[in-house]
Design a protein around this ligand. Sequence first.
Ligand SMILES: Cc1cc2nc3c(=O)[nH]c(=O)nc-3n(C[C@H](O)[C@H](O)[C@H](O)COP(=O)(O)OP(=O)(O)OC[C@H]3O[C@@H](n4cnc5c(N)ncnc54)[C@H](O)[C@@H]3O)c2cc1C
Length: 352
Amino acid sequence: MAGCEFYFNCRLSPGGTDSKLNFTSKDGGSSVRFQRQRLSFKVRGTFRNDGFQETLPLPSSFLQGKRLSELSTFGIGGPAKYFVEVHDESEMSAVIRFCQQEDIRYFIVGKGSNCLFDDRGFDGCVILSSLKFLESDGRGVYRVGSGYPFNMLGIQASNDGFAGLEFASGIPGTVGGAVYMNASANGQETADVLKTVEVLRVDGKREVHIRADSNLVYGYRLSPYQTMDGLAAILAATFRLKPCAGARQRHRGFLERRRKTQPIAAKSAGCVFRNPGSGCESAGALIEKAGLKGAAVGLAKVSDVHANYLVNAGGSTAADMMSLIELVKSQVKDKFGVDLREEVICVPYRSR
Ligand SMILES: Cc1cc2nc3c(=O)[nH]c(=O)nc-3n(C[C@H](O)[C@H](O)[C@H](O)COP(=O)(O)OP(=O)(O)OC[C@H]3O[C@@H](n4cnc5c(N)ncnc54)[C@H](O)[C@@H]3O)c2cc1C
């Protein structure tokens, strides 16, 4: 049992703060005596040759073994070692502080609409951002929690008669994911209408970033948060929109076009590859011209509707999807000499 990590749930009898636990191992019995003020907690620790070493108790909001397929629109991914859903800023800071203290690797997920999780899951803590508040001044300024659905924000703002987020009504992610990815469509992008972004740093400090700061560089599927040192989480974003009588009509038109040209009901992460740019055709056009519509590896398939959508046709594994991604890349490279780059984020089980 040396070096073996273990967990178990404990409940003390009312009034009691002292407990003794007995274990039986191959080498004989071991026992641990410990004290706690609370009646219910999880004990987490490690047996080493030199005895028992307890680490901080797991907060009771932490779950173990949550399947990541439930947290991604691909419907793919094995179990997370730990999983926790946070609903407000103080919960987010407590969880980040705990993970930092305990040296637990973590990953923030919004809607998981741009993530491909590993079949083995994630050997750390997956934190679901559910900071879902929305504040509006009625004049086109919206301050929104990072877990707020981006499509709902797009619909509300357009229906209120403000322009700039009409494209968002078709993007099934969260505000945090949209800022992180600088989501875009139909000639509009997130960064164009951002005013500020509120973030939490790993040292527990809170910062407000002004979009106009020229040190914060945004571009096609690029935001400063993808490479920012010390970033723990995006907490909220504020958008400034302009009045426009036609906004509602425009967002409806965008949605209609999406329904006709994209497999929006399929299990996917939207477009898997970035458009190559610089006068090149779109990634979808190149994949289609390479004759890959309908190509499959196991149950991972290139959509018949839109070739840049790779879909989980029912029970696809991450390994299937990764092989299909490699197949598409190599065939497009062979036929057109173009190197496609993934837009989707492949989240490894363990950091390399
Ligand atoms: C049907 C479909 C259509 C799509 N259409 C488009 C489109 O038109 N344009 C487009 O740009 N994208 C599109 N996407 C992709 C996806 O919806 C966007 O990239 C979206 O912005 C991702 O948001 P999310 O909340 O799902 O992020 P997730 O997939 O959960 O996460 C993406 C990345 O953001 C990080 N992240 C998320 N929240 C936070 C946070 N609070 N703090 C720090 N980091 C965070 C994650 O760690 C991860 O690295 C589409 C996807 C689907 C399934």
